[in-house]
Design a protein around this ligand. Sequence first.
Ligand code: PBG
Length: 402
Amino acid sequence: MDSPQEIRGKTLVVSPLKPRHAQNRNSLADCRFLPFIVSAGFIFVANSKTTHKKRGEPEALKQGKKTETPEKDTPSLDICARPRRNRKSGSIRNLVRETWLLPGDLIYPLFIHDKNADEQIESMPGCKRWSIPGLVEEVRQSHSLGVGAVMIFPAIEDGLKSPFAEECYNPRGLVPRAIAAIKKEVPEVAVITDIALDPYSSDGHDGVVSPSGEILNDVTVEVLCKQALCHGAAGVDIVAPSDMMDGRVGAIRETLDEEGHTNVSIMSYTAKYASSFYGPFRGALDSAPRGGDKMTYQMDPANSTEALRELILDEEEGADIVMVKPAGYYLDLVSLFRENTDLPLAAYQVSGEYLMIKAAAESGWLDEEKIILESLLSVKRAGADMVITYFAKKAAEILSRT
Ligand code: PBG
């Protein structure tokens, strides 16, 4: 049975594993039906003694002879429900398939740097730090395979990092130039930018750090608003605050609207967990915290009800899309959000998830292409509308030929 919870006057369903279509059905455990279930059980057990037993070994088989009509003599169960009928051919499986993975569901995160050449990323084999021309070409290629959205993450030179991360709202900075280049060359592609201070912070934190080491919420939100505004002015389609400061979605919405950027959407990292699966990403941007960890702002991996509180706040504050991150190990959260919001739902298959698949494939232990599709399909089946994945281009390419 579901256990409805009241949070701020809203009734929430806290049963992440129950499929949506089963929500309104009477559960077998419903006590009104108990007498029927018990007596049906007796009838079933009694029956199975007679009709469910195998019909004995066919004579022909006993004698080692081949029979002309094996079906007639083979053992058969007296059952009318045979779910395998719906799996008997590719065409029928297509008809009954509940979840589809399409290139248009995928968002492609791309790393950039302010250099002329593209560079392999050591901590993420198969990914590059792109120059702006390299980025534009990669966006063009993935778009031609059907990937309609990209997310950009900048690697910032050490000399431009500072305690207050001022570089994050420099109108001539790397990200605004990258946004403008993509919007000029491949305007149909939706550009999403990360809103957080870590790539620009000399402390490697998503927020401003006080002398005593505290991550200052409200001071940070002011900087994040400037960053969002700077990206809005450069032509971004969606800003994605990944910092987990309180009140940032509402503040960013207000700032964007005041400056006339009412068309810029907000994709909020609503339930972003303090996860060790982000390690390779921090290597790609050299953005790991210089001291401490991110536990005072990112969520404790032990909690899920707390994520519903974040969800309600983000809805109230005007988020257009909500997100769960990481994806694969947090599918219960994806289902929980699906049950509790009508907003579009994104999930982020993060760098550590990417790397685990990559490593297993490279050592020949797993079939890379099949695992990529299965891992992404599972995120959609759990309830996500879109998946952010470093495999976006590769998955689209696989889908185009399978
Ligand atoms: C920055 C940010 C991170 C990721 C996305 N945005 C790193 C972090 O929070 O430490 C992680 C993405 C990944 O691991 O793929 N705030």
